[in-house]
Design a protein around this ligand. Structure first.
Ligand SMILES: C[S@@+](CC[C@H](N)C(=O)[O-])C[C@H]1O[C@@H](n2cnc3c(N)ncnc32)[C@H](O)[C@@H]1O
Length: 269
C-alpha cells in the first residue's frame, strides 16, 4: 500500500500545532496494517514523538517522518518497558520538548486501552488533546473469521468484557452476561478460561458455541472452535494463547465462509 495522507482531502485535517504541545491518542487497529484510518495516518505523519504499544503493527511506523523519535512503551515477554505513570510523565515531557506526541495503541484507544486515563493525566499540564478512534479487535477479529457479532433472529446484542480487571480478577460482568442471550466477547480472558467455562456451565450452557482467535487479522492468526464443555481441550491441542479474544454465543455457528486474505495474497505471489 502506498497511501500518502497529504494527498487525501480530509475534511477534518490535523490542526496546526500550537505552542502548548499536543497529545493525540491514536487507535492503530487490530493488527492488519490496512485496518488503520486515514486520520491515524495523518497523525502518525505529523508526530514528533511516537510512544507505541506491543499490539500495534510496527509496519505502521513507516508513515512517520524521518525525524520522529520512536519509543516502545509496551509489554514484551511479560515485562513492561515502562509503568503507566512513567508513560504519562513521558508524554508530558516529550510534548513540552518536541511538540506533537502520538500515543499509538492497539485497536481502539478507548476500549480497554487506557486512552482516557492518559488524556486525563496530561490535561492539567495544558497540552492540546485529540483522539483518533481505531478499529477494535473486539469487532474486527471476529469479523475476519466470518463471525457476525449480531444476526437477525440469533443475537440482538453483544457485550465486550475484560477477562482481567485492574485487580487481576475476572470481571463480575461475565457472570451477569452469562445469564443473557447476548453474544459475549471477552478480551484478556485466556488466563481466566477455566473460570469462564465454570460460569457458563453453571448456567447450563455447556453446549453453547465458543471461538477463540489469537493474533486475529494478522498472518499469525490461530483459531479454535468448540463448545463451553470442549474448548479447554481445543485450547490445549492448538496451544492458543494471548493475545486472543473469546467469543461466546450462537453467532459462532453462523460463521460465514470468507476467502482468507492471506490465502489470496499467497495465491498472487
Ligand atoms: C489491553 S487490550 C486492548 C484492546 C484494544 N484497545 C482494542 O480495542 O482492540 C488487549 C487485548 O485485546 C485483545 N486483542 C487485541 N488485538 C488482538 C488481536 N489481533 N487478536 C486477538 N485479540 C486481540 C486481546 O484479548 C488482548 O489481550
Amino acid at each position: 500500500m502506498n497511501i500518502k495522507a497529504e494527498n487525501i482531502n480530509l475534511e477534518h485535517p490535523i490542526p496546526p500545532l500550537g505552542a502548548r504541545g499536543r497529545l493525540t491518542v491514536v487507535g492503530a487497529g487490530p493488527g492488519d496494517v490496512d485496518l488503520i484510518t486515514l486520520k491515524a495516518i495523518k497523525a502518525i505523519e505529523s508526530a514528533d514523538v511516537i510512544l507505541y504499544d506491543a499490539l500495534i503493527n510496527e509496519e505502521l511506523l513507516k508513515y512517520a517522518s524521518q525525524d520522529v523519535e520512536l519509543i516502545f512503551v509496551g509489554k514484551r515477554k511479560g515485562c513492561y518497558a515502562f509503568q503507566q505513570e512513567q508513560i504519562n510523565e513521558l508524554i508530558v515531557s516529550k510534548a513540552k520538548e518536541k511538540g506533537h506526541v502520538v500515543r499509538l495503541k492497539g485497536g481502539d484507544p478507548f476500549i480497554f486501552g487506557r486512552g482516557a486515563e492518559e488524556i486525563d493525566y496530561v490535561k492539567p499540564f495544558g497540552l492540546e488533546t485529540f483522539v483518533v478512534p481505531g478499529i477494535s479487535s473486539s469487532v474486527a477479529v471476529p469479523a475476519y473469521q466470518g463471525i457476525p457479532l449480531t444476526k437477525r433472529g440469533v443475537s440482538e446484542s453483544f457485550w465486550v468484557i475484560t477477562g482481567t480487571t485492574k485487580a487481576h480478577k475476572l470481571s463480575e460482568d461475565v457472570a451477569i452476561a452469562a445469564k443473557s442471550t447476548a453474544t459475549i466477547v471477552i478480551l484478556m480472558g485466556m488466563g481466566k478460561l477455566d473460570d469462564i467455562v465454570r460460569i457458563f456451565s453453571e448456567e447450563n450452557k455447556q453446549d453453547t458455541a465458543i471461538a477463540i482467535i489469537q493474533d486475529g487479522t494478522t498472518e499469525n492468526e490461530k483459531v479454535g472452535f468448540g463448545t463451553i464443555s470442549t474448548i479447554s481441550k481445543v485450547v490445549a491441542e492448538k496451544q492458543l494463547a494471548n493475545p486472543a479474544i473469546i467469543i461466546i454465543g450462537d453467532v459462532v455457528k453462523e460463521r460465514v465462509k470468507l476467502t482468507s486474505v492471506f490465502e489470496e495474497v499467497n495465491q498472487n505471489l
